[in-house]
Design a binder for this molecule. Structure first.
Ligand code: NAD
Length: 490
């Protein structure tokens, strides 16, 4: 039987040193279910004092946690993983409520979050250093990795459980302590996970939650006891966080926004390719950082792509994601809906042809929430807003290119570099594409090239600021310092 979801999660609190506390500053915001526009919780807006309390708890918990053997820290993560598996379906349903994505998508997100806990539980191996005996006569050298202290993790709304888990399990496994600031729009699933972390025996103060919005973020960036910051969100905010945290002397990694192109070659297996593109463009209502947004059809691929995409977008069933038959949910808020529809209007103004127009879906299909129906443009040009800006909604633009070179040039001309995919039956074209395209995640006949937990996740150009990406072995570097010890014993 499916777990019951609550109609209302009430007034959320911060988690400080293992206690759920009422923040003192800032007031509260409504958390809405975007599929119904109903209020499902209220999230506190922490001020600098509230953030300070969470950082102080993390700082106090650090010495004992750092000294806990890695194998014992890993065991706490194994327990957390088991608890999350037990609540798997509950997590997925809460994510649907707070975000609006379909239940199948939310299950995928939950799985990806748990996978990061699994990988981080391998920390006794992942965190090992190296050494060399006799670097000179009678002298040995070893390099060890050590945790640094308190890390801040700041998440976006669109993967409320998965994205913070690109960082939290690794930060904790390596012996650091954490203050996480979930998105104020989708704070529920991570709050639930923090409850389970306590239940799993992760000691009070090791994982703290400071709810809030930009004031809470800035308080974390300014706090002298925060040693590093892992951020994911839009590019302007990522740039701000990167600049400010760096200026404060912290180590920092910031994922930013995206504009992902999908290239269809004439030799692509068109039915499978467009099926894949549909998932990439309209999955999570276009609100994934790896979502396809522009389809570049090379040569004779054009008509095949356009006709299939048109049919697919017309037939997508909209609704509340807890209904298993729904193909696409709403966007996150009224502000997002206004932004997405604004871009569609702009595309029409700039002269692209709107060949699928479901802008009125909300009214026509009597949907209460923030539904932007799928829209498809034909005849988009490279300098149009719909072809350059991150829309973050269910809008596709189809462009023509005469050759693979031209398609790659279009991608290289973009400010973003999060993801790009090619659909082809030819190894030569695929090889050119993956070598030349400047993007952190490349798909070959894969529309959403999402690295699993044991591979690095991060973009290039304005889609990422920093040097070390999220997840796996790579992020262990971010959460550890390397110390070299040279010893002589006579
Ligand atoms: P956002 O930038 O609005 O917010 C992200 C976080 O920053 C939130 O926790 C928010 O409270 C905080 N914030 C917002 N404005 C701030 C400000 N002025 N100063 C300080 N903090 C601020 O992003 P969002 O709308 O929550 O998420 C969607 C964006 O995230 C999209 O651009 C998407 O592409 C991007 N994203 C990127 C990746 C990636 O891997 N690169 C992954 C997921 C999402």
């Amino acid at each position: 039987m499916l777990p019951e979801v609550k109609a209302n999660y009430g007034e959320l609190r911060n988690l400080v040193n293992g206690e759920w506390v009422e923040p003192s500053g800032g007031g509260r915001l409504d958390v809405e279910n975007p599929a119904t526009a109903g209020v499902i919780a209220r999230v506190p807006l922490s001020g600098a004092d509230d953030v300070g309390a969470a950082v102080a708890a993390a700082k106090a918990a650090f010495p004992a946690w750092r000294d806990t053997p890695p194998v014992l820290r890993a065991r706490r993560l194994f327990t957390l993983k088991a608890l999350m598996e037990e609540r798997f379906e509950e997590f997925a349903r809460v994510i649907v409520q707070e975000h609006g994505k379909t239940i199948e998508d939310a299950r995928g997100e939950t799985r990806r979050a748990i996978e990061n806990v699994e990988v981080a539980a391998g920390i006794p191996t992942l965190m090992q250093g190296y050494g060399l005996e006799n670097i000179a006569s009678g002298i040995d050298a070893e390099a060890v990795r050590q945790p640094l202290g308190v890390f801040a993790v700041i998440g976006p709304f669109n993967f409320p459980l998965m994205v913070p888990n690109w960082f939290i399990p690794y930060a904790i496994a390596t012996g650091n302590t954490v203050v996480v600031k979930p998105s104020e729009q989708t704070p529920l699933s991570l709050t639930r996970m923090a409850e389970l972390a306590l239940e799993a025996g992760i000691p009070p103060g090791v994982l703290n939650v400071a709810h809030g919005a930009k004031d809470a973020v800035n308080a974390l960036l300014e706090h002298p006891d925060v040693r590093g910051v892992s951020f994911v969100g839009s590019s302007p905010v990522a740039r701000h966080v990167y600049a400010k945290a760096s200026a404060e002397g912290k180590r920092v990694q910031c994922g930013g926004g995206a504009k992902n192109f999908l290239v269809a070659m004439p030799d692509a297996q068109m039915d499978a390719a467009v099926d894949n593109m549909m998932g990439s463009i309209f999955g999570a209502a276009g609100q994934r950082c790896l979502a396809g947004s522009v389809v570049v059809a090379v040569g004779s691929a054009y008509e095949g792509v356009r006709d299939r995409l048109t049919e697919g977008a017309r037939n997508l069933k909209l609704g509340y994601g807890l209904d298993e038959s729904v193909g696409m949910g709403p966007v996150i808020s009224q502000a997002s809906l206004d932004r997405v529809l604004g871009y569609v209007d702009k595309g029409v103004e700039e002269g692209a042809r709107l060949i699928v127009d479901r802008r009125s879906a909300r009214r026509e299909e009597e949907l209460a929430g923030y539904f932007a129906g799928p829209c498809v443009f034909d005849g988009a040009e490279p300098d149009m807003a719909i072809a350059r800006k991150e829309i973050f909604g269910p809008v596709a633009a189809i462009m023509r290119a005469d050759s693979l070179d031209e398609a790659i040039d279009l991608i290289e001309d973009l400010p973003f570099g999060n993801a790009a995919s090619i659909f082809t039956s030819g190894g030569g074209a695929a090889r050119e594409f993956k070598r030349r395209v400047t993007a952190g995640n490349i798909g070959v006949n894969v529309g959403v090239a999402a690295p699993m937990a044991f591979f690095p996740f991060g973009g290039m150009k304005d889609s990422f600021f920093g040097a070390v990406h999220a997840q796996g072995r790579e992020v262990v570097d971010f959460f550890t310092d390397r110390k070299v010890v040279i010893s002589r014993w006579s």
